[in-house]
Design a protein around this ligand. Structure first.
Ligand code: ADP
Ligand code: ZN
Length: 740
């Protein structure tokens, strides 16, 4: 009741007490609602309120947010229901406010991310099942189906009728008959409990280096305060084993723990390892969960039943009442940046959450981001280093193949030196992996007779041929066309040629060169679900595959213990993006990770990178395996250009269906930028992909030194922009990672 009095306004002019309610919509302000007599309402409560013509769920806030107008008692509405779910912890309210302020997103949209489990708010639906009645006499009439059903029910377990019918290969009518006959009885199915991880389930023997890192993390957990530790060690050095000890310590202290992984790295290998260490599977959180399961987990986290979550980016916004540790694995991964609705960098928001909640955050990576590296360098983050692989096997020997001097014959994509190394590996019964970060068969289709290139009608992008599906797809908007037989421009039959390779084309060449090899093709469009992906990884682990061909989904999280050779088909693919300050970093990380897949268990592996730029400093560092050289080069480049983390960036993206309107608005917005000596506004310039989904796009880039308050500058700017008309859309992206 105390908290109730604190938040309730008791203005005598109003017909009763009110509370501020935040709606999960694109608004930054709370609205006051009357609390009907007899209601007990506290901050964080979810309530049903009349909102416009609808009734919607909102969150009771503890202080009014945004601009508040004087209340008109006549317009005041009352909340209708308090929803029977655990309240959002006060810490979540503070976190939402912080994220909204930093990203300049409406608070309501951040709150919406915290409610991203609709079924949690539905009234609980008890489910019914059947169980065998002990000592019941057999039914007078027996049929083979009845016998089978009773045999399966003999274990006394509760099952849904359809489940039992399926087991016994009969209709649910048979099960109903057995209930009528008194052999089975209807019972409510109890809510499944979440398995509890046991911190002392298994013990790991650590090497000296690992033990040092473990004690570093344990002392961070024991300090029970905010800290950030960069856990930096090559792939296979034992980072996961090491941070599991921090998780164990946190769980033992009675706190919840969160392990963040890029979605793609949520592999069954990882879940199995967790189970071996803690004796129970962790609770997973990712986009592929069924709706009911999302709701169950959301509530489990809120009640504290769930002790440890392993999840993708959005797991950060679950309603933890007792969070005591966050691990961000593969902290450098781009997948932590969200680029729709609320634009946020998940890794950075984890650090914010740790700071608010006064607990440690651990960032783990074999190739830390420059941002985290510089923070460690300056002592803002602790730095724990695991110097070598646990197996003691060295990192692979990597060689560059200069495509200008020793490239493949025309129409082929694999250079002779790479092919001969693959032949060698195949003869020895070893696995090889070919990496190309490009889905489909060919990135461009060209007409031989008129020179026409087939483009997406709605984007500035070529259509990518997908030969398995026999289609041309746009990778930006999803536009798709079945593969035409003649040129859409000059109608010449059979004149279309595919230009350049995608992984399907590499697979074609492999099939020609190694007709007896067993090949696995790993690409997100060919393996649509996490489940299929897991099955494929099992095949590879079981040595059922000789040659793996994949896009970046092979680079992350998977252990291929028997892999001896890695070939990067186009090492330059990542270096070409002119405007992107992280292009070099990303190329280094990806190629380092991919080549690092080779030779993990027993033998030193070999890596080959096909490149047209063997002398580029980033390429040279990859080939030499010289991370320090890469870091020195990259840090200098960022310092010189005032790029992150030495400067702060924000992107403003203006788009409209009308070409001129987009440009005019972008120029007008640019003209209204507040003058500043320190903050520079670059542009507007037409975006590199100038049209997406039929919208013309212009970009502005705002650059500020580290110590400048970029958000205040942007807010001042925003307030000077007249209300936008028509279908103009302006997107603000703080700390942009995407420069298209
Ligand atoms: P990273 O996370 O740095 O890639 P992992 O923790 O995955 O490294 O370790 C790589 C492999 O070595 C895993 O199979 C892991 O089980 C094993 N390993 C690492 N450290 C130990 C240890 N101290 N005892 C037993 N196995 C270990
Ligand atoms: Zn398109």
């Amino acid at each position: 009741m105390e908290s109730l009095l604190e938040i309730m306004g008791n203005n005598p002019a109003l017909p009763g007490p009110t509370v501020p309610v935040l709606m999960p919509v694109a608004l930054g302000q709370t609205y006051d609602y009357l609390v009907p007599p007899g209601f007990e309402i506290a901050p964080g409560d979810f309530v049903l309120v009349p909102f416009g013509p609808q009734s919607r769920i909102g969150i009771v806030w503890d202080t009014p947010q945004g601009e508040q107008k004087p209340l008109d008692p006549k317009k005041l509405k009352a909340l209708t229901t308090r929803i029977d779910v655990p309240p959002l912890p006060i810490m979540s309210l503070r976190f939402a406010e912080w994220v909204a302020k930093y990203t300049l997103a409406p608070l309501g949209m951040v709150a919406r991310m915290m409610m991203s489990a609709d079924s949690a708010f539905d009234p609980p639906k008890p489910r019914f099942g059947v169980r065998l009645v002990d000592d019941a006499p057999p039914p007078s009439k027996m049929t083979p189906a009845r016998t089978r059903a009773l045999q399966f029910a003999a274990d006394g377990q509760i099952r849904s009728k359809s489940e039992l019918a399926q087991l016994a290969a009969c209709s649910t009518g048979v099960i109903d008959g057995l209930v009528l006959a008194g052999s089975l009885v209807d019972v409510a199915i109890p809510e499944r409990q979440f398995p509890r991880p046991n911190p002392t389930h298994a013990q790991t023997e650590f090497t000296d280096d690992q033990a040092h890192a473990v004690s570093g993390l344990i002392s961070a957990v024991d300090a029970d305060n905010f800290s950030v530790t960069l856990l930096d060690g090559v792939t296979g050095s034992g980072k996961t084993e090491v941070y599991f000890e921090a998780v164990a310590r946190t769980l033992a202290a009675g706190h919840q723990a969160l392990i963040m992984l890029p979605e793609i790295a949520l592999t069954s290998q990882f879940l199995d390892r967790f189970e071996r260490r803690f004796g129970a599977k962790p609770v997973e959180w990712h986009s592929a969960l069924a709706a009911a399961e999302r709701g169950r987990i959301w509530k489990g986290v809120a009640t504290g039943d769930v002790r440890c979550i392993v999840g993708a980016r959005s797991a950060l916004f679950l309603p933890y009442p007792q969070l005591g540790l966050i691990i961000v694995d593969e902290e450098h991964d781009q997948g932590y940046k969200q680029d729709d609705r609320v634009h946020y960098q998940g890794r950075d928001m984890c650090v914010v959450r740790g700071n608010l909640g006064k607990f440690p955050v651990v960032l783990a990576s074999a190739t830390p981001s420059i941002e985290s590296h510089v923070n460690a360098l300056h002592g803002r983050y602790r730095h724990l280093v695991l110097p070598g692989r646990f197996t003691g096997v060295d990192m692979p020997d990597v060689a560059a193949i200069d495509m200008k001097r020793e490239g493949p014959e025309p129409g082929k994509w694999l250079a002779p030196r790479l092919v001969s190394a693959m032949t060698d590996a195949y003869a020895k019964g070893q696995q090889s992996l070919l990496f190309l970060n490009r889905r489909g068969y060919a990135p461009l289709t060209l007409c031989r007779s008129c020179g026409h290139r087939i483009e997406c009608p709605q984007c500035t992008a070529w259509l990518v041929e997908h030969r398995f599906k026999k289609r041309l797809d746009c990778h930006h908007c999803g536009f798709s066309l079945s593969l035409p037989e003649k040129c859409p421009n000059c109608a010449a039959p059979g004149s279309l040629v595919a230009c350049g390779p995608g992984i399907e084309r590499v697979a074609e060449e492999v099939a020609e060169r190694f007709p007896y090899a067993r090949v696995a093709l790993l690409s997100s469009d060919l393996i649509p679900s996490l489940i299929d992906m897991r099955a494929m990884i099992h095949r590879i682990e079981a040595r059922d595959v000789d040659i793996i061909i994949g896009t970046q989904i092979v680079a992350k999280g998977h252990n291929f213990p028997d892999l001896a050779l890695v070939g990067v088909v186009d090492g330059d693919l990542g270096l070409a993006h002119g405007a992107d300050p992280r292009a070099g970093e990303r190329t280094f990380q990806l190629l380092h990770q991919v080549t690092g897949r080779a030779g993990r268990a027993h033998t030193v592996g070999r890596g080959f990178v096909q490149t047209h730029l063997p002398d580029h400093p980033v390429m040279a560092a990859i080939v030499a395996g010289d991370r320090q050289a890469f870091l020195n080069y990259e840090i200098k480049t960022r310092q010189k250009g005032l790029l992150p983390p030495y400067g702060r960036l924000a992107a403003v993206i203006v788009s409209a269906r009308d070409k001129e309107l987009a440009e005019r608005t972008a120029r007008d917005i640019a003209r209204r930028a507040p003058p500043s000596e320190k903050i520079t506004v670059l542009g507007p310039a037409e975006a590199p992909i100038a049209i997406v989904r039929g919208r013309y796009r212009w970009r502005l880039l705002v650059r500020a030194p580290r110590d400048q308050d970029l958000q205040s500058y942007l807010r001042a700017w925003e307030s000077d922009i007249p209300k936008l008309k028509g279908d103009i859309r302006v997107t603000l992206d703080i700390d942009p990672y995407n420069f298209f």
